[in-house]
Design a protein around this ligand. Structure first.
Ligand SMILES: [Mg+2]
Length: 269
């Protein structure tokens, strides 16, 4: 007999699926000198603010991150949805290897910049479309990072489903060659296909000073799951910050717990 399950509405299909195993994920083991450390920024190293430009670094981080980098012979990189320019503004004098815009741009361990160009005509069309949509709704804000676009609705959370519906419909009506929608925390992003935090971590892991180390990635959001998948496939530690389902194998409670875990490594090392 043919299985028509795929024709059922999602909620009914879901009801037929076995419940996922409830796995308790404990805190990670201590950071080791053989690790390569990859860190998301917002919600991982810094608490999320109403807008990304209102985020401030905890004063302790400015000395903690260089100490961790020394411990790991420089194998520490930031892996973020922010642009590199924005990341540098936030971190000031602390210049680390960084993958920005979900791996669309990357500054490697030698300081060399790698850019993954997108289809500029489609990007321009998307930028115009989303800007017009944002202008029509109080509380929506378009953040243009260059290669990726983020539509923030943190200031208007009641618009969440409207934002998702409208943008999804636009994508369905006119395929946006080479781009995809990526939901995040109180935002919906448009970014090039084929690049994500996982590909960024893979790139870093093929180069010194990361190559040959065991990767560790800490992140809090759905986009970080790409990074968790790569790190786990390489036998490393995937650490989810905060609640929510995840493929990570460890969990830390919040930003303060991440800082304590890094502090402990420096104190021991
Ligand atoms: Mg984050």
């Amino acid at each position: 007999m043919r299985d028509h399950a795929h024709r059922l509405p999602y909620a009914q299909r879901r009801a037929r699926m076995p419940a996922p195993p409830r796995v308790r994920r404990g805190p990670p083991p201590p950071l080791a000198v053989t690790h390569a450390l990859f860190l998301d920024i917002d919600g991982t190293l810094v608490d999320i603010a109403p807008t990304p430009d209102r985020v401030r670094l905890h004063p302790g981080l400015a000395s903690l991150l260089p100490a961790v980098a020394t411990l790991l012979d420089g194998a520490v990189a930031l892996v973020t949805g922010r642009s590199i320019r924005d990341t540098d503004r936030l971190f000031g004098e602390l210049v680390l290897p960084v993958a920005g815009q979900h791996g669309c741009e990357r500054r490697d361990g030698t300081g060399t910049l790698h850019l993954h160009a997108a289809n500029t005509a489609t990007l321009a069309r998307l930028r115009r479309l989303i800007a017009e949509f944002a202008a029509r709704h109080e509380g929506l804000r378009l953040e243009d990072k260059g290669t990726t676009l983020a539509l923030h609705y943190r200031a208007a959370p009641h618009l969440a489903s409207h934002v998702h519906q409208v943008l999804r419909a636009q994508f369905n009506a006119a395929p946006m060659e080479g781009f995809r929608l990526q939901p995040g925390k109180r935002l919906l992003e448009v970014r090039p296909e084929g690049r994500d935090k996982g590909t960024a971590i893979r790139d870093f892991m093929s180069e010194p000073p990361f190559h040959g180390r065991v990767p560790v990635f800490i992140g809090d959001d759905r986009t970080d799951e790409h990074g968790f998948a790569v790190v786990r496939s390489l036998g490393g530690l995937a650490i989810k910050v905060g609640p929510g389902s995840t493929i990570a194998n460890h969990r830390l409670h919040d930003v303060a717990a991440v800082r304590r875990w890094l502090d402990d490594a420096v104190a021991i090392g």
